[in-house]
Structures are given as C-alpha cells and as structure tokens.
Design a protein around this ligand. Structure first.
Ligand SMILES: [Zn+2]
Length: 208
C-alpha cells in the first residue's frame, strides 16, 4: 500500500518558537524510527552555518541550501521526513516541491515567517510566490505567536501576531529592504494595539 504523505506548516512571527516546534516534531519522528532530514536556507547564518538553532538555543544539524537542485541532491530514497526551517528564504519552487514530496508519501514539515515587517505575506527569495501558497497546499497549519515586548511603564505581554522592525527605536520606513536576517536588536514582537501600521500596506487600502 502506498504511504500517505502530508505537509505540515508551522508559521507565525519571529520569536514565536517556530524552529523549536519544528525540531520537536523531527525528533519525535526520529524516535519513532523514521529517517529525517532538515534543511535550512544558506542565507540564514544567525547561529551556525550547518545547524538550525531556535532563539532558545535548541540545536539540530541542518543542511544549508539555496537552490532546488541542492535540496534534491541531498535527498535519499530512504528519507521519510523532510524539514525546512525559515522556508521563506528558499526559492518559490519549494511550493510545488513540497506538494510533490507529500504526494509521493513523505512527511514534509515547513516552518516559515508568515509576514514581513510591512505586515504583508512573506515573498520567497525570487519574489514569484508568497508563503501563502505553501499554506494553501498544507494539510495542517500551526500558527504561533510571540509576546508583545512594547514597554511604557511595564511590558505589554499580550500575544504578538506581528513584528515591528526598528531603527533607533522607531519603525523603519515602508520602502526599507524586506530581507534582513537579524536578531532581537532590530525586530520587536508587537500586538495589534502596539504595532505601527503602514498606510502604504495594500491589504488595508479598500478596492475601488
Ligand atoms: Zn502590545
């Protein structure tokens, strides 16, 4: 009988524990005897070049890739579970690839940022598709939030569904470059109330 594959996506904001959740699921599959592989975009070298590390320092070996050819090259006939960390930094063709692999009978788990600092769907590296396309073909979607760290007299502490990119403590202009891999110093999780929205955001402009 043909095995039933599936695509699980883990999405949300920065600092929401996406990588931790991805590593947790891969570890579980591995304990149950399945052969796993973890990929990460070569562009993301925040903590290590050949490992995925979550913000809480949980680590796992990962293969750095930047093209679809590299992804296929490392895939073996025996691989049963594929994990992708920070999938938004991969090419758009990761979408049909994930579908193909799930159809073939493999378990695919993709973790990615839902939105960029403009609060718009994150485009893949070539800009041809956005991560919403990966959500559309997924069999399960886990949406994660961070904690709003906006502070007046005390830290807000609400669920943060967005991330504000800051420069000298102020939100950056809408036309700042989208991709900038960084740590806590330039990005802050914000709740709806404390996120400074951009008037240029196309989703918020009524269609005439
Ligand atoms: Zn808040």
């Amino acid at each position: 009988m043909k095995k039933e594959g599936r695509l699980e996506v883990i999405t949300g904001t920065m600092f929401s524990g996406k990588s931790t959740e991805l590593i947790r699921r891969l570890n579980r599959y591995e304990i149950s005897g399945l052969r796993t592989i973890l990929y990460k975009p070569a562009i993301d070298t925040r903590y290590a070049e050949t490992a995925v590390a979550s913000h809480d320092k949980l680590m796992r070996q990962a293969i750095p890739v930047s093209t679809m050819e590299e992804i296929r090259m490392h895939l073996s006939d025996k691989t049963e579970v594929l994990g992708f960390d920070e999938a938004q930094f991969l090419p758009s063709d990761i979408v049909p690839f994930c579908h193909e692999q799930a159809q073939y009978g493999r378990i695919v788990i993709a973790s990615f940022l839902l939105k960029n600092f403009r609060d718009e769907a994150f485009p893949f590296m070539d800009g041809k598709r956005t991560v919403l396309d990966l959500m559309t073909i997924a069999d399960s979607i886990t949406s994660m939030t961070a904690i709003c760290t906006y502070r007046e007299t005390e830290t807000c502490g609400r669920d943060a569904s967005r991330v504000q990119r800051l420069q000298d403590g102020k939100p950056v202009p809408y036309d700042s470059p989208v991709v900038l891999v960084g740590g806590k110093e330039s990005y802050e999780p914000r709740c709806r109330l404390h996120f400074v929205h951009y008037a240029e955001n196309k989703h918020l402009i009524p269609i005439r």
